[in-house]
Design a protein around this ligand. Structure first.
Ligand code: HEC
Ligand code: HEC
Length: 293
């Protein structure tokens, strides 16, 4: 094909391809389109030299401008920490009572406590802190160990029956089923506990249980079942139960108590976070200003 063939009507050269009498015209791409195309190639080259672009085996080309989104994050975290450090310093320097008197500081501490609670406490106490069987509800004003700022803080710091902490709160309800009380006596004592908590009960058995309760239980649960916080003795004369308030649950507890364990957080969390958590738990609704009883 030495001679270029031209279309008669448009005068455009053809490519020489022909199908069923239809010839393909050799129309060049529009100029503007071509230049835009070249510009994108140049842009891509410049970009991949300036910015991180090409993946390598363990990293990527870093680009001559040294841009990195990771650095941005590092800086943002540092800025946030700097913004918080002033507040955290104040939490560190003040005691819980003082923090509670300063509304802004209190709000900051409470928010920090809420965040720490989500990470460390919800597994056992539930996302709304309402607890579950064996795990106390922290929203109410029924406290095993006390609901003042100081008492809550101590519970958090050293835990409950947490063997690895020398200061931990300890109180072991004896397993009365191991020979201290026979099944009949356990039954009577349980009936008396039902009576204390205002539930339907067998009056005759409860009358037999009363002296047994006085001899074995008063030391930790109080004469009228009002509970005794120094001993972590649960209140028995209300409708709030850690392990259930029906007859079977009470018999089970007397026979073989569970002795729940709450980890000590003083080993894992810093002072400021512990204070924030105490503020948060206190503010859930059951916080107390007076010493118990
Ligand atoms: C592994 C489970 C577990 C985790 C995690 C846990 N707790 Fe507890 N917590 C318990 C148990 C069990 C008790 C009740 C112990 C008892 O029988 O006296 C308890 C008791 C408490 C009490 C005492 C309540 C009272 O009535 O005196 C407070 C306050 C408390 N927890 C707060 C927290 C906070 C705040 C966190 C997170 C930092 C947390 N707990 C994490 C299991 C847990
Ligand atoms: C040395 C202290 C101590 C003595 C004595 C004791 N308890 Fe307890 N009791 C506790 C503690 C602490 C708890 C909290 C849960 C646990 O540790 O198992 C508890 C929990 C209970 C509960 C469960 C309360 C709930 O909310 O679910 C019942 C019921 C109970 N005790 C009944 C008795 C009876 C009845 C006696 C006497 C026969 C008795 N206790 C003697 C310390 C004691």
């Amino acid at each position: 094909m030495s001679e270029i063939e031209r279309d008669e009507i448009s005068g455009t050269s053809t490519t020489g391809h022909e199908w069923d009498g239809i010839k393909e015209l050799n129309t060049p791409l529009p100029r503007w389109w071509l230049w835009t195309f070249y510009a994108t190639i140049v842009w891509a080259l410049v970009y991949s030299i300036a910015y991180p672009a090409w993946p390598l085996i363990n990293s990527a080309t870093s680009g001559v401008l040294g841009y990195s989104s990771r650095q941005d994050v590092v800086k943002e975290i540092a800025d946030a920490a700097a913004a918080q450090s002033e507040w955290r310093d104040r939490i560190k320097a003040n005691d819980l009572g003082q923090i509670s008197q300063d509304p802004k500081l209190f709000d900051f501490a409470r928010a920090g406590g809420a965040a720490a609670f989500k990470v460390n406490c919800v597994q056992c106490h539930g996302s709304g802190a309402a607890g579950g069987k064996g795990y106390p509800n922290l929203n109410d004003d029924d406290w095993l160990w006390g609901g003042t700022y100081e008492e809550i803080h101590k519970t958090l710091k050293s835990g409950i029956r947490y063997a690895a902490d020398a200061e931990t709160r300890i109180s072991q309800m004896p397993a009365f089923g191991d020979g201290m009380l026979n099944p009949d006596e356990i039954n009577s004592t349980a009936e008396f506990v039902l009576a204390l908590s205002g539930q339907p009960h067998d009056a005759e058995a409860a009358a037999k249980g009363e002296p047994l309760y006085a001899a074995n239980c008063v030391a930790c649960h109080g004469e009228r079942g009002q509970g005794l916080r120094e001993a972590g003795g649960a209140r028995l004369n209300d409708a709030i139960w850690l392990y259930g308030g029906d007859k079977a649950a009470i018999v089970a507890q007397i026979t073989r108590p569970r002795q729940g364990v709450m980890p000590a957080w003083g080993h894992r969390l810093d002072d400021v976070t512990l204070k924030e958590l105490a503020i948060y738990v206190y503010s859930l609704g059951g916080g107390e200003t007076l010493q118990p009883q």
